[in-house]
Design a protein around this ligand. Structure first.
Ligand code: PLP
Length: 361
């Protein structure tokens, strides 16, 4: 078996150790004689698995006690609707920051339920930079303020957490950057993330929500989109994505073994810096994102000659570097370098890029 360096944006590469443990336990979890996939989600064994996963996540992110952690399904896309339904709380408008494609999708969905004020848009910079917080046109009567911490497609990331002195709850899509660094959860009303980038396999969606925000969903909210229903039922109102939940638990343990989120942050910063430095040092490759807002997790880049894109991808594949093709909406290349991408993968990519430049530029 030959594992390749997989730069997929999501579903993304998982730590080898985690896959090996899952493989070893696949047929028989902990002497039970059954696979985790085959267990009742309400049984004692799965309860142990799900509780441990939540405890480890709480530990990693230092989640305060007045926050509920929900292990849901439906992806970040479902949250785009669940957020207004649950968080409008009698108000009629919400603030949204526009930093790229995922912001736009969240905005479009919210517009079905409320008035959306776009407080600042990166569109005029072609999504290459973000205005400073004091330039955001925030409204004190907004039900909440939503933004996407890391735009997975454009590679545009808020470099630090916004500071506001009003009481409007912050709601953040952390799908592609959760667990890449420590985060002050107490600054947020709600955090959500699809699992398939930096948590585990697809099928699981994480929601972390302050408990005073629960219980006020619009009356017509579908039961499955009502956070308070899931909170009351420990995310087992219906059958949860048990296997993805278990795998996420293994990933949480793996991150703890790496030294937790401060250690991950150091590694992630180093990994991304190496790659951006290599891109910046070359006149053949480029990344147009403002250096202060470059993503640690998704590094889009273009070749000086677009007609070489296909050859670049073929050469990369030959060197076991896969899934580097950029999103269809932006073209070029994109290296997604989540927690599970080893530093060796970055080194191999940089070496391949340099060799390609020498040969073709
Ligand atoms: C991938 C992604 C989404 C969409 O997630 P789904 O699970 O496919 O719904 C939303 N927001 C961001 C930032 C993403 O990276």
């Amino acid at each position: 078996m030959k594992r390749k360096f997989n730069f997929s944006a999501g579903p993304a590469t998982l730590p080898l150790e985690v896959l090996e443990q899952a493989q070893a336990e696949l047929l028989d979890w902990n002497g039970t004689g059954v696979s985790v996939m085959e267990m009742s989600h309400r049984g004692k064994e799965f309860t142990e698995i799900s509780n441990t996963a939540e405890a480890d996540l709480r530990d990693l992110l230092a989640i305060p006690n007045n926050y509920k952690v929900l292990f849901l399904q439906g992806g970040a896309h479902s949250q785009f609707a669940a957020i207004p339904l649950n968080l409008l709380r009698g108000k009629t408008s919400a603030d949204y920051l526009d930093t790229g494609i995922w912001s736009s999708k969240a905005i479009a969905e919210a517009k079905r339920f409320c008035e959306v004020n776009v407080i600042s848009s990166a569109k005029s910079s072609n999504y290459s930079t973000i205005a400073s917080f004091d330039a955001w046109n925030i409204n004190s009567d907004a039900a909440y303020l939503h933004y996407v911490y890391n735009e997975t497609i454009g590679g545009l990331e808020l470099s630090h957490e916004p500071e506001f002195d009003n009481n409007v709850p912050l709601v953040v899509d952390l799908s592609s950057t959760i667990l890449s660094r420590p985060l002050d959860i107490s600054k947020y009303g709600m955090i959500y993330a699809g699992a398939q980038k930096n948590i585990g396999p697809a099928g699981l969606t994480l929601v972390i929500i302050r408990d005073d925000l629960l219980g006020n969903a619009v009356e017509s909210t579908p039961t499955m989109l009502d956070f308070s229903v899931h909170a009351k039922n420990d995310s087992k109102y219906n059958t949860p994505a048990t296997y993805s939940w278990y795998l996420a638990g293994l990933v949480f343990k793996w991150i703890k073994k790496q030294g937790g989120l401060s250690a991950m942050a150091e590694i992630n910063q180093r990994k991304s810096k190496k790659l951006y430095d290599a891109i910046d040092a070359s006149s053949f490759y480029s990344n147009g994102v403002d250096k202060s807002y470059r993503s640690w997790m998704n590094v889009p880049f273009t070749l000086a000659d677009e007609s070489l894109d296909k050859t670049f991808l073929e050469e990369a594949e030959k060197q076991n570097l896969v899934a580097l093709k950029g999103h269809k909406s932006v073209g070029g290349m994109r290296a997604s370098i989540y927690n599970a991408m080893p530093e060796d993968g970055i080194d191999a990519l940089i070496e391949m890029m340099s060799g390609f430049e020498t040969q073709y530029a």
